[in-house]
Ligand binder design. Structure first.
Ligand code: ZN
Length: 329
């Protein structure tokens, strides 16, 4: 067996036998040949009837001993022994001592067990975790940036929502908006450009956290599973206001609607409806407030349909920058 790459052979057919032996799961190889090990001891050792075609004596006795952790076998009946590749060679009726036989079996094993595994591994590349704790805070945000005063947002509002102008990094030139999950853990920052007044702000202006690689996982952000400002609402309120954008929530909060939450760009998932139910009492009323169009936007409509089975719901149109809202609360 050679482990060096022979000159002129294609990379596809070149086999690193040592690497293959290390990567092969002997238990899986045995299983493919119908050898089921019902119990292995603590050292990964198990004994079964010998499955090898060259085994001449009767097969009642458990003469075939396999060590899964070492990837080797030995039969006390026919005397055969070896590793997973040897096992495949013998099961195919080939000869262990014949280089091309071993090579053929090894290629088949690699095709069947290693390539398949690596394709499955590379598809999602690495596990994706959604809305994981961020693990750091932006420390240099400016809460007294002129943009806030220009938009009639008070210090109190800016401080309550932890907002600040960001002058560096991915959110450079934007208002950074900390987003928390319902256990008050910071999971990311959204950003809002400062070139428009909030009264004219559209959903498309927001930027949301992008996927980032942390150790062996990809951390992603799914805004449809978070209720913005939900972590600040005491459980069991009897009136909850739901808006569709972060800046709408700031404005409503500043107007005195303290129990306000928001979807983010109207992204909706049933998780959010569940959170709304958790935050409110059964006899509460949920008021859906949306700026702009007379009818609620799509995500909000879906939430109303989901929540209306369990709670009284009203929806109202309002304007950011104008207060108070007639008829409320
Ligand atoms: Zn045997």
């Amino acid at each position: 067996m050679h482990t060096k790459k022979p000159k002129g052979s294609s990379p596809e057919n070149w086999i690193d036998f040592r690497e293959l032996r290390e990567k092969l799961d002997f238990g899986a190889v045995l299983a493919v040949y119908g050898v089921e090990l019902h119990a292995t001891d603590r050292k990964g050792q198990a004994r079964v009837a010998c499955p090898l075609p060259g085994h001449a004596e009767r097969r009642e006795r458990k003469t075939f001993s396999a060590n899964l952790s070492k990837g080797i076998f030995r039969c006390f009946g026919c005397g055969e022994s070896g590793n997973a590749i040897d096992f495949a060679v013998l099961m195919a009726g080939l000869e262990k001592g014949n280089g091309s036989h071993v090579r053929q079996a090894a290629l088949e094993l690699r095709e069947r067990f290693i390539k398949g595994v690596s394709v499955r591994k590379s598809e999602p590349e690495c596990p994706r975790v959604v809305n994981a704790p961020l693990g750091f805070e932006l420390k240099t945000l400016d809460p007294s940036h002129a943009w806030f005063a220009k938009n009639s947002l008070t210090r109190e509002t800016v401080g309550h929502f932890g907002l600040g102008y960001c002058s560096r990094g991915a959110l450079k030139g934007k208002i950074a908006i900390p987003i928390h999950d319902d256990s008050k853990t910071l999971i990311g920052y959204a950003g809002l450009p400062t070139d428009e007044e909030i009264a004219r702000t559209e959903s498309s202006q927001y930027v949301y956290p992008e996927d980032r690689k942390v150790q062996e996982a990809v951390q992603g952000f799914d805004r449809s599973r978070v209720l913005y400002h939900g972590h600040e609402i005491a459980r069991s309120v009897n009136r909850l206001y739901v808006s569709t954008q972060c800046h709408e929530a700031w404005w409503l909060w500043q107007c005195g609607f303290r129990n306000v939450v928001a979807l983010m760009n109207e992204a909706y998932s049933p998780d959010q409806a569940e959170q709304v139910l958790l935050l409110t009492t059964p006899d509460s009323e949920i008021r859906f407030l949306h700026a702009g169009e007379p009818l609620p936007p799509e995500g909000m409509k879906e939430m109303i349909v989901a929540v209306a089975r369990n709670r009284r719901c009203r929806w109202l149109n309002f304007r950011v920058g104008e207060a108070p809202i007639t008829g409320l609360p």
